[in-house]
Design a protein around this ligand. Structure first.
Ligand SMILES: Nc1ncnc2c1ncn2[C@@H]1O[C@H](COP(=O)(O)OP(=O)(O)O)[C@@H](O)[C@H]1O
Ligand SMILES: [Mg+2]
Length: 440
């Protein structure tokens, strides 16, 4: 193993976007490296890098890195990205380097094609805007230029077109007002397949839904309407269809598999498994047709922005940990509705999870939180139904099954990443099982 491989193997597991949390990296290999023509004085050696990572279980993933090499020590502002020292050079994650990311924007503006990587833009770009890396917890890394553009570098790379780019472009081309305009992308040859590596979009300035105070119900209703409009457009411009009893059984099997895997990882789920399985068994017995289509796939309040011109939906990538074929499969749009409804629960309850020490006031707060969630969940469904989607509450079984599936996913996520929040999805599973209509 070379020195840089060794340094990367140490560095990778500590990165927020690294998917193999909790598992040791057994080996890394630079699968492809291409020097990017950026920087004037030539003091920056910037290399687009695809890294093949094998974890302790033998699972192999490809990650994308933008590695900077500079002679000697790094300037202080670049230090947070330091990967290691190799042959007298400092090697670092260059997303933190304004020269490097401005260089990317220039390559996009020039529509440059290099030997294995191509930069594409759909119009003129202002390359003088100052870049900053988004601080948010993300599965990818985004750089904002001025307040005009946002460049998302996909970290874990799966061969093919990334659904975020595919879906955002399809919606924008169809005139959808609820997406941020795509402005360009980076693609590359990954083992013979043209693969999306990054996406440039218009930056939309506004607050996150869960940062907005006051009575949120009117906003929820508009969000429900925007969601229904996006679903209708997706069904129109991308494939859609109808699922019969066989597919209902397949869906139920998939839900059960996910439950089984989750309970292996998180024993706290065990007491609920039988009851959750009983709900999934009802899905398997379903014989009515279910409309299916392309969906968002990882829909929650952190994936939408409230802007001056209304709600904007972001990040059509689906759940990044799942295989691409699963993420682009046709499914019921109720999956997205379930995701958003779960999210209202989270928005209401995470404050309580952090205020457990308050003691006496907690029952009252818990009541208020449940009331807020129920009111906003209803408003969302009202908006969804009014804007032409069918009322999600008229499909209580599917909705409950998909909410349970989301909550099971959250249980695994929290157990791995934020154990103190584990009671939120566990509590929701209990509530979903005890109160079929989810109105408590
Ligand atoms: N077009 C945009 N305009 C403004 N902010 C954005 C835009 N796209 C993403 N963001 C911000 O970046 C965050 C993460 O973006 P997202 O596309 O969800 O990336 P990830 O795949 O890493 O989850 C969003 O929650 C939002 O705060
Ligand atoms: Mg996201």
């Amino acid at each position: 193993m070379s020195e840089i491989d060794d340094a990367l193997r140490e560095w990778l597991p500590s990165q927020r976007w690294y998917g193999g949390k909790g598992k040791a990296v057994s080996s890394v290999r630079v699968a492809h490296e291409e020097r990017l023509p950026v920087g004037e004085a030539g003091d920056l050696d910037l290399r687009h890098t695809l890294l093949e990572v094998t974890d302790a279980d033998g699972a192999r993933e490809t990650y994308q890195l933008l590695l900077g090499y500079r002679d000697g020590d790094l300037e202080g502002r670049l230090e947070p990205g330091l990967v290691g020292e190799v042959k007298g050079s400092s090697v670092y994650d260059a997303v933190h380097d304004p020269d490097a990311v401005t260089g990317l924007l220039e390559l996009l503006a020039q529509n440059r094609s290099l030997s294995r990587v191509a930069f594409r833009s759909t119009g003129a770009l202002d390359t003088t805007l100052p870049p900053r890396v988004m601080g948010a917890e993300q599965s990818n890394t985004s750089v904002v230029f001025g307040d005009a553009y946002i460049l998302k570098l996909f970290r874990r790379v799966q061969q093919g077109t990334n659904p975020d780019l595919e879906v955002t472009r399809a919606l924008a081309d169809a005139g959808c007002e609820h997406v941020a305009a795509p402005l360009g992308w980076v693609e590359g040859d990954v083992s013979g397949t043209i693969t999306t590596l990054a996406m440039l979009q218009a930056f939309e300035a506004d607050l996150h839904a869960d940062e907005v105070g006051g009575d949120f119900a009117a906003e929820s209703e508009r969000l429900g309407a925007a969601t229904a409009e996006v679903h209708a457009l997706l069904a129109q411009v991308l494939p859609s269809g109808t699922a019969g009893p066989d597919e209902s059984q397949a869906t139920a099997r998939q839900l059960v598999e996910r439950l089984d895997r989750a309970v292996e990882a998180v024993p706290e789920l065990a007491p609920h498994v039988d009851a959750v399985r009983a709900v999934y068994a009802q899905v398997a017995e379903r014989t009515d047709p279910v409309p299916v289509q392309r969906v968002h796939g990882d829909y929650h309040l952190g994936q939408v922005l409230r802007t001056q011109r209304g709600w904007v939906l972001l990040d059509f990538e689906g759940e990044p940990a799942r295989p691409l074929a699963e993420r682009t499969a046709l499914m019921s749009p109720l999956r997205d509705v379930a995701g958003m409804l779960r999210s209202y629960d989270y928005a209401a309850r995470h404050l309580l999870a952090e205020r457990r020490e308050v003691g006496a006031g907690v029952p009252q707060l818990a009541y208020r939180a449940a009331e807020w969630a129920a009111r906003n969940r209803d408003a969302f469904c009202d908006g969804y139904a009014t804007a032409g989607g069918s009322d999600p509450r008229e499909e209580p079984l599917l909705l409950r099954a998909f909410e349970l599936d989301k909550a099971v996913y959250e249980v695994v996520y929290e157990a791995r990443n934020r154990p103190s929040w584990l009671p939120i999805p566990l509590g929701s599973i209990e509530r979903l099982l005890s109160d079929p209509k989810g109105e408590q």
